[in-house]
Design a protein around this ligand. Structure first.
Ligand SMILES: NC(=O)c1ccc[n+]([C@@H]2O[C@H](COP(=O)([O-])OP(=O)(O)OC[C@H]3O[C@@H](n4cnc5c(N)ncnc54)[C@H](O)[C@@H]3O)[C@@H](O)[C@H]2O)c1
Length: 277
C-alpha cells in the first residue's frame, strides 16, 4: 500500500541520493509518500537507498551514472516518466568539492566542478521542460493549478565565497542565478524554483580527518575530502547553533520547498547554516 503523506502521488527525482544529504532528502520525500527516482555515481550506495525506501513501504527506482554525462538529463526524465508517469519534484544535489588556491587550480579542476554543480542541473531541467510545459498547459486548460518543485543545492561558498574554492563558489553562485532565472521562466507553469545553500553539514565531504586525510573516487579521479580536526572545531565554534548540521536536518530544509505550504515561494536561496553567514 502506498504511503499516505503530504507528498502522496508525487514523483521526485534526487541526484546524488546514494549518500549524505541526497540520501536523507530521498528518504524524507519517500516517507511523505513520493515515489522516487534515485541516482548516484556509485551504484552500491544507490541500491542501499532504494532498499531503505522499499523497507519503508515506498516506491523507488534507480537511474545511476554520472550527472555530467551529456545524455543523463534525458535518461533521468525518461526513468521518471516510464516508471511513474510524471515529474513533480526535482532536487539537484549530486556533487563534491575539489579545492585549491587559484594559482594551483587546473582547468580540469575548474570544469569538473562547474560541470557537476551547474551544467548537469541545467541539462536535467532542460530535459524536464517539455513534460513540465505540456502538463502545466493541460492542467491550466482544465482550470487546475498543480505546483511542481525544483530545489537546487547550493552552498554558503556560493553566497559568501570561500578561500580555496574559486571553482565551487562560482558554480554554487551560478546555480543560484539559474534558480532565479528559471523561477521567472517557469512561474507561468506553476513551478517553484528555489535553492538551499548549506553551511557545514556533516557528511564524508566534511568529516574530521587526521594526517594525510581521506580521498574519494570520482570517475577515476582521487579527490581529497575531509577537514582537519582542529579546523573543524574552529569552524563549529563560529556556528551560533554550536555544531555542524546533520544530513537529515539539511534534508528537512529541502522538504520545506517541496510541500504545498511553499507554493508562493519561488526564486529564493535559503541559507541553512546554523545561523552562521
Ligand atoms: N556537506 C556539506 O557541508 C555541504 C555544504 C554545502 C553544500 N553541500 C552540497 O550538498 C550536496 C551533497 O553533498 P554531501 O555533503 O551529501 O556529499 P556526499 O559525498 O556525502 O554525497 C554526495 C553524493 O553525490 C554523488 N555524486 C558525486 N558526483 C556525482 C556525479 N557526477 N553524478 C552522480 N552522483 C554524484 C556521490 O557519489 C555521493 O553519493 C553537494 O552538492 C554539495 O556540494 C554540502
Amino acid at each position: 500500500m502506498a504511503i499516505e503523506g503530504k507528498l502522496a502521488g508525487k514523483v521526485a527525482l534526487v541526484t546524488g541520493s546514494g549518500r549524505g544529504i541526497g540520501r536523507e532528502i530521498a528518504l524524507k520525500l519517500a516517507r511523505e509518500g513520493a515515489a522516487l527516482v534515485i541516482n548516484d555515481l556509485d551504484p552500491a550506495p544507490a541500491e542501499e537507498t532504494l532498499a531503505a525506501i522499499r523497507a519503508l513501504g515506498g516506491q523507488a527506482v534507480a537511474c545511476n551514472g554520472s550527472v555530467t554525462e551529456a545524455d543523463f538529463g534525458d535518461r533521468f526524465v525518461k526513468a521518471a516518466l516510464e516508471n511513474f508517469g510524471g515529474i513533480d519534484i526535482i532536487v539537484n544535489n549530486a556533487g563534491y568539492t575539489w579545492d585549491n588556491v587559484i594559482q594551483k587550480m587546473t582547468d580540469e579542476q575548474w570544469y569538473a566542478i562547474i560541470d557537476v554543480h551547474m551544467t548537469a542541473p541545467f541539462r536535467i531541467l532542460r530535459a524536464a521542460a517539455d513534460f513540465i510545459r505540456e502538463a502545466a498547459k493541460k492542467e491550466a486548460a482544465e482550470g487546475r493549478e498543480v505546483f511542481r518543485k525544483v530545489v537546487n543545492i547550493s552552498s554558503t561558498s556560493g553566497v559568501f565565497g570561500n578561500a580555496g574554492q574559486a571553482n565551487y563558489s562560482a558554480a554554487k553562485a551560478g546555480i543560484s542565478g539559474m534558480t532565479r532565472a528559471l523561477a521567472k521562466e517557469w512561474g507561468r507553469y506553476k513551478v517553484n524554483v528555489n535553492a538551499v545553500a548549506f553551511g557545514l553539514i556533516m557528511t564524508r565531504l566534511t568529516e574530521a580527518v587526521a594526517g594525510a586525510g581521506a580521498t574519494i573516487d570520482i570517475e577515476g579521479r582521487e579527490i581529497k575530502v575531509g577537514v582537519r580536526p582542529e579546523a573543524l572545531k574552529n569552524a563549529e565554534a563560529t556556528i551560533p547553533l554550536g555544531r555542524g548540521g546533520r544530513p537529515e536536518e539539511a534534508a528537512g530544509s529541502v522538504y520545506l520547498f517541496c510541500i504545498p505550504e511553499s507554493n508562493y515561494v519561488t526564486g529564493q536561496t535559503l541559507v541553512v547554516a546554523g545561523g552562521r553567514p
